[in-house]
Design a protein around this ligand. Sequence first.
Ligand SMILES: [Zn+2]
Length: 183
Amino acid sequence: MSYRMDEPLPEERYRPDDGCPLFSPRLEAHLVAVSRGETPERGTFCGNCFTPIGRETVSCPHCGEATSARRPVDVVPAPIASALRVQRQTEGQWVNGFAYIGVLIAMVLPLAAVLGIPTLKDSLILGTAVYAPLLLIGMRVFPAILGGYFGDRKGFEAARAKTRAAWDQWVADRDRPGGTHST
Ligand SMILES: [Zn+2]
């Protein structure tokens, strides 16, 4: 088994114990690589949480499901892959939104400082000389803090709620008598 790992796995990320086994870092890495055409779609996956596993694996290292209890599958079902797309999209929107607020703060804060000091306010050159470096520093600091920290957290929560809903729907479909996904 080989998986291209172009990005660091999000191992450090907060992983809630919320009863939804999606998405192990390995499953996320696999689906992202597939979406980029970097790895084949087919493989061996846990029949419960769809973490990539080996052919000889007897119990899933992520969710603990025994392969004898729920047979492994050779492709991740489309609804699961699409749930990850929604999750990543939602996270991205929150990060970008907060980063944008950071840009606004970075522009407005030094402007307020310059306008608040009469000496700077009355001199275009002095005012600009103070505003420009503050703007440059702020543009590096505020978007990173707001997007990378607050946006990341809020985005994760919002995205996770969608993933949980998708998982509940999936389990309901799967376990429904005569359901499309029951084996
Ligand atoms: Zn599993």
